[in-house]
Design a protein around this ligand. Structure first.
Ligand code: ATP
Length: 213
């Protein structure tokens, strides 16, 4: 699957934004295997963009296309299919199941479309320092722990595109770098494209293309 945008602009932004932005109002194809960096100052529409690309909101002019199909024509079943197999996301607000344990949060995702076996979940959790948190409830985890769980969860399914909305905002550099290494490894295994939007340029992201939102 190939993700592209055509003349995309939130309905709540002035047309004038298209003159300063490298994303809004432009036609862009995000090619297979690219590591895309989107530098997005607060208020530039980073979360809007990620929600549009994932098909969660459609308050925009122009189009988001998966292959040649505009998301505006997708049915709920189409979205369920692509989100299980083709597009994965780490939300800015993580969206863990608060009453479920860390392991349950991860297993629920993994079992929908197993890309890895259960042992890999444990290995990833240990690698990101969550080995002793597996039986803690989502709501009792710190924001940094929740963010690491959300990152691992996003890597347990097949995907062609991985959307990351400020994925390291609650992590120290050491944890962020470990998470980044895991993300890149998993993306390479799938020959997938990573689209990472953040407030600033992260030094340790080996991006292949960069856009200023
Ligand atoms: N549904 C909406 N209707 C009207 N305005 C909106 C809507 N959604 C977002 N906005 C506005 O658009 C702007 C961008 O919002 P968005 O959440 O995409 O920003 P962001 O770049 O992710 O910001 P931050 O980095 O601070 O989270 C904000 O000024 C916000 O108030």
């Amino acid at each position: 699957m190939i993700l592209s945008i055509k003349n995309l602009l939130p309905t709540y932004f002035e047309q004038q934004r298209t003159t300063t932005s490298e994303i809004w109002g432009k036609d862009i194809v995000f090619n297979k295997g690219e590591l895309v960096k989107i530098v997005a100052p607060s208020g530039s529409g980073k979360t809007s963009l990620m929600h549009f690309l994932y098909g969660m909101r459609q308050q925009y002019k122009g189009d988001v296309l998966y292959d040649t199909q505009p998301l505006k024509k997708f049915t709920p079943e189409d979205f369920a299919r692509v989100r299980t197999n083709q597009v994965s996301i780490v939300f800015q607000d993580m969206k863990l199941l608060p009453e479920s344990t860390v392991l349950e949060n991860l297993e629920v995702k993994r079992q929908l479309a197993p890309f890895h076996d259960g042992d890999k979940v444990l290995e990833m959790a240990r690698r990101l320092g969550l080995g002793d948190k597996l039986s803690s409830r989502g709501k009792t985890c710190s924001y940094g722990e929740q963010q690491r769980v959300a990152i691992i969860r996003s890597l347990l399914q097949p995907f062609d595109y991985l959307l990351l909305d400020e994925p390291f905002s609650h992590l120290d550099n050491n944890n962020a770098q470990k998470a980044m290494e895991l993300i890149i490894e998993e993306a390479r295994q799938r020959n997938a494209t990573v689209i990472l939007a953040d407030l600033e340029k992260i030094d340790f992201y080996p991006y292949t293309s960069i856009y200023y939102l």
